[in-house]
Design a protein around this ligand. Structure first.
Ligand code: GDP
Length: 471
């Protein structure tokens, strides 16, 4: 089918051509390399293979344990709108200047580092779980710890739940910041109770989640919050090797009139130096100049450091990886290959799971977890559905409901499904126009039901490998 599409001929003709060559094939079958060449020739096409040896070209050497040193954590702030994400990021940025460096943080470059008693923390400066999950959907693993902020004069809101579920789906530990305690109507205990009802028990309620009451606006207890973040990070034993070629993730990038393409890169391993040849997404170049978030020139960027970099020949996307290469020529080659690959795949980077293929994949043993997002019209049916779905888990496959909520299926749900390889089940709800388009483009399966029993049955059949194929 894919070959037919590429050649723009009817699928049946390709199948007939295969049969004439003695190949009995079905529409979804993959042809091996030799067959591809011969079948394409039948239609006057020449096949050119693009090898995906990109990883080979990139220095993927494992780091020796002795080369690893502690690195600062990278932290994202998420929560419901107006609960204080921006205020928190702004206040931390203003008050915690790295020691010995004059001048506050002047520029928004997408991330910044602060210092707390000699320990560094790097913050991603684009608040919200949408940005977080968009990066994950592109394959970037950036965040080590998530701060989930909840306003104590309000309550746990739908987007709070979403943020918690997005962080949990990524396996990122959470520290709760209970905000606006300076306000007369603030009731932090009520927030803790609501979190407890969601099975997120905070420490002073005997649970495992750290929480800190703060005022983002007045700057109350922010140092205590950061200490808790550092404590959480310590448990992760975050390490990197500063003595290797740098790798990391693109945080943002633009075309600047005066300076050309500028990209904020977050170094995750190794150290980035002036003059380093590199590939970032489908672009390449050489580091001409680097600046920190204070606009100061720097010559080296160690692990967990965000830097503004000049010298790329284009603007890579947020969430793209970057790698320092041996020389500019190999950087350019990898960039070109990636570009070619992307064109061929029509920007599709990943194949996502569908119910139809679950049974087959379980049978060949490479499917262990089925992640599901449940959206519905009322709480009661969502709970009933979720309970039944989780109970479908077998020895071979674990069923996880990674997010459930009342409301229509949103783009944020589709993004989460992309990032977590999940399917979306809607009960008495439909996707928004944007969500439907995104799901089609990214091949995320959305299943809509009006009877709970039907949904349970379909998923049960899929797990047992008995789902009727869609005709
Ligand atoms: P965001 O939408 O989550 O980024 O929230 P903002 O940081 O923009 O905050 C929303 C509103 O709440 C703004 O008017 C802030 O000034 C206010 N706000 C944020 N934190 C506090 C706080 O600790 N105390 C009080 N009184 N107001 C706050």
């Amino acid at each position: 089918s894919e070959l037919a599409t590429m050649m723009d001929v009817p699928v049946t003709e390709v199948i007939t051509a295969c049969m004439n060559l003695g190949l009995m094939v079905s529409i979804n079958q993959r042809l091996d390399a030799e067959a591809l060449v011969i079948v394409a020739e039948e239609f006057g096409f020449k096949v050119e293979f693009v090898t995906v040896d990109i990883q080979e070209a990139i220095d993927e050497d494992r780091d020796d344990e002795q080369d690893l040193v502690e690195r600062p954590p990278i932290v994202a702030v998420m929560g419901h709108v107006d609960h204080g994400k921006t205020s928190l990021l702004d206040n931390i940025r203003k008050t915690n200047v790295i020691e010995g460096e004059a001048g506050g943080i002047t520029q928004h470059i997408g991330a910044y580092s602060v210092d707390l008693n000699g320990k560094k923390i790097t913050f991603l400066d684009t608040p919200g779980h949408e940005a977080f999950t968009a990066m994950r959907a592109r394959g970037a693993k950036v965040t080590d710890v998530a701060i989930i902020i909840v306003a104590a004069d309000d309550s746990v809101m739908p987007q709070t739940v979403e943020a918690i579920n997005h962080a949990s789906a990524a396996g990122v530990p959470i520290v709760f910041a209970i905000n606006k305690i300076d306000k007369p109507g603030a009731n932090p205990e009520a927030i803790k109770e609501q979190l407890a009802q969601m099975n997120y028990l905070v420490e002073d309620w005997g649970g495992k989640y750290q929480s800190q009451e703060i005022s983002a606006k007045k700057g109350i207890n922010l140092d205590k919050l950061l200490e808790k973040v550092l404590l959480e990070a310590e448990l992760l034993e975050l390490k990197a090797n500063p003595d290797r070629k740098a790798t990391g993730t693109v945080i943002e990038s633009t075309l600047d009139k005066g300076r050309g393409y500028v990209a904020t890169l977050l170094v995750q391993n190794g150290t980035l130096h002036i003059g380093d040849p590199m590939v970032a997404g489908v672009y390449s170049g050489k580091v001409k100049a680097m600046f920190n978030e204070r606009g100061q020139k720097v010559t080296a960027a160690p692990p967990a450091t965000p830097v503004l970099v000049l010298g790329l020949n284009g603007a890579p996307q947020a969430g793209d990886t970057f790698n320092v290469m041996e020389d500019e020529r190999s950087a350019r080659e990898v960039a070109n290959k990636r570009e070619q690959l992307q064109r061929i795949q029509g920007l599709k980077t990943q194949k996502h799971v569908t119910l139809d293929e679950i049974g087959r994949r379980i049978a060949i043993g490479n499917f262990k977890e089925l992640n599901i997002i449940v959206k519905g019209d009322v709480d009661g049916s969502i709970e009933a559905m979720t309970d039944s779905l989780i109970k479908l888990s077998t020895e071979e496959v674990q069923v996880n409901v990674i997010h459930k909520a009342v409301g229509q299926i949103s783009e944020s749900d589709v993004m989460l499904a992309m990032a977590s390889n999940a399917i979306i089940v809607g009960f008495q709800v439909r996707p928004s126009g944007g969500a439907r388009r995104m799901a089609e483009k990214e091949e995320i399966e959305i299943r809509l039901y009006s009877i709970i029993y039907d949904a349970i049955n379909d998923i049960k059949d899929a797990i047992e490998g008995m789902l009727e194929p869609v005709k």
